[in-house]
Design a binder for this molecule. Structure first.
Ligand SMILES: Cc1cc2nc3c(=O)[nH]c(=O)nc-3n(C[C@H](O)[C@H](O)[C@H](O)COP(=O)(O)OP(=O)(O)OC[C@H]3O[C@@H](n4cnc5c(N)ncnc54)[C@H](O)[C@@H]3O)c2cc1C
Length: 383
């Protein structure tokens, strides 16, 4: 048995005995359960598998990380709560942080002791991120931050924020005046206002910064050098997240098909159900083919790549196709809030269906990904 297959069977055995938690629909309860779950995974040595040992990780490869994500999904085990830290911000701190920053921030990020959010988008700056206006002005040993972020996922739960802010208002081009600060969310002057999504969860937030003092030691990389790190973070959001999400969606479809048995024969025989499931399965196979190359890129650690945008686009389409197929499968039982009269997990599927609508927005919209493909992969003129 190859080393990676031995690793897989060790993971499978551990998960079989692990006492996997159920995931409550209520956001508060879900957060608490998934944070405990992250701690359990960390204590057992399953977190940060592909991170260097000195950063608190296990020093293995992205392939190990991916195999463990596959086994988690196969075991119907949830992902840990701190995904923004784990998949998105943490890898950038690891790549661009000083030894002191890596030692301070990465171990509690892995254990779930500290949860991270990503303060990039602003009311007037989403797709055109480089136009952001949140200001940070150096004052002695601190930066003083004023401004507003929006759509900050897990902002109300986060202990730390990866904040993009303008440190040189006169810089041209605009992205040359942006810095990347690591901000303690308990700092005086921060106000967080949750926003309820269509799923009913207040998962993302508005975050206001009013004279917030951030130690200059919490600058990641160089002053005015934050754009390069932001691109790295966004690329991780597309690459790492796609790998993890792919296996979750595969199992989502498998679960839904298994639930078909509970559906009346007349509905099961409806050709629209078969057609939607067929389309979803096809989309998944395209995603699988696409992500085979992603794993090679992550293993080679070649950094931000416009190919990440193709991953993100294929993931969007797949997630939305799978959730649409499941909605078709549930038919009128979708209105049931919890378990449907037929024993289907209607509440879960409806929640996932609504959330899938966001897949073509977060991490950069589908239109922006297509622009990147057109301009950077195909060499078309900038629009
Ligand atoms: C569930 C969810 C979670 C999120 N979490 C976070 C988070 O944790 N942190 C964070 O910082 N942000 C987060 N976001 C915000 C997300 O990154 C932005 O919503 C996204 O980048 C789009 O920005 P915008 O909303 O300002 O839309 P806009 O940029 O105003 O775009 C509006 C529409 O115009 C289109 N458009 C804009 N420019 C172009 C162009 N040049 N060419 C073609 N079409 C264009 C867009 O595709 C879109 O359809 C989250 C969003 C969602 C939905």
């Amino acid at each position: 048995m190859s080393e990676i297959e031995q690793f897989r069977s060790r993971a499978r055995k551990w998960l079989a005995e692990a006492g996997i938690p159920g995931v409550p629909l209520d956001l508060e309860e879900r957060f608490a359960v998934l944070r405990d779950w992250q701690r359990t995974l960390f204590d057992a040595g399953w977190m940060g598998l592909s991170w260097p040992c000195e950063a608190g990780g296990q020093g293995l490869s992205p392939r190990h990380q991916f195999v463990f994500a596959e086994e988690l999904a196969r075991a119907h085990a949830p992902a840990p709560i701190g995904l923004i830290g784990l998949d998105v911000v943490g890898p950038s701190i690891n790549a661009f942080g000083t030894p002191e920053q890596r030692a301070r921030f990465l171990p509690p990020l892995l254990s779930g002791e500290e949860i991270w959010c990503q303060g990039f988008s602003e009311p007037g700056s989403g797709s055109d991120l480089a136009s952001l206006r949140t200001r940070a002005v150096r004052d002695g040993e601190d930066y003083v931050v004023d401004g507003q972020k929006v759509w900050t996922s897990w902002g109300a739960y986060a202990d730390w924020c990866a904040l993009l802010c303008r440190t040189d208002p006169a810089a041209a081009p605009k992205h040359a005046g942006i810095s990347y600060l690591l901000v303690d969310m308990t700092s005086p002057g921060i106000t967080v206002r949750p926003i309820v999504q269509m799923t009913g969860d207040p998962e993302f937030c508005e975050v206001f910064f009013d004279g917030v003092r951030v130690p200059a030691a919490n600058l990641l990389g160089e002053e005015n050098g934050g754009w390069r790190i932001a691109l790295d973070t966004l690329s991780r959001e597309r690459g790492n997240y796609t790998m993890r999400r792919r296996v979750e969606i595969e199992w989502m479809l498998a679960d839904a098909v298994a639930q078909l048995r509970a559906i009346p024969e007349s509905r099961r025989a409806d050709p629209r159900v078969a057609e939607e499931i067929g389309k979803a399965d096809l989309a998944l196979r395209v995603l699988e083919a696409q992500t085979r190359r992603t794993l090679d890129r992550l293993t080679a650690d070649t950094g931000a790549d416009p190919l990440d945008s193709i991953d993100k686009l294929v993931l969007n389409d797949t997630e939305q196709a799978v959730c649409a197929a499941i909605a078709e499968l549930l038919g009128p039982f979708r209105v049931a809030p919890g378990t449907s009269p037929l024993g289907l997990d209607a509440g879960r599927w409806v929640h996932d269906h609504y959330y899938s609508r966001a897949a073509s927005i977060y991490g950069g919209t589908a239109q922006i990904q297509r622009n990147i493909v057109a301009e950077r992969l195909l060499g078309l003129p900038r629009g």
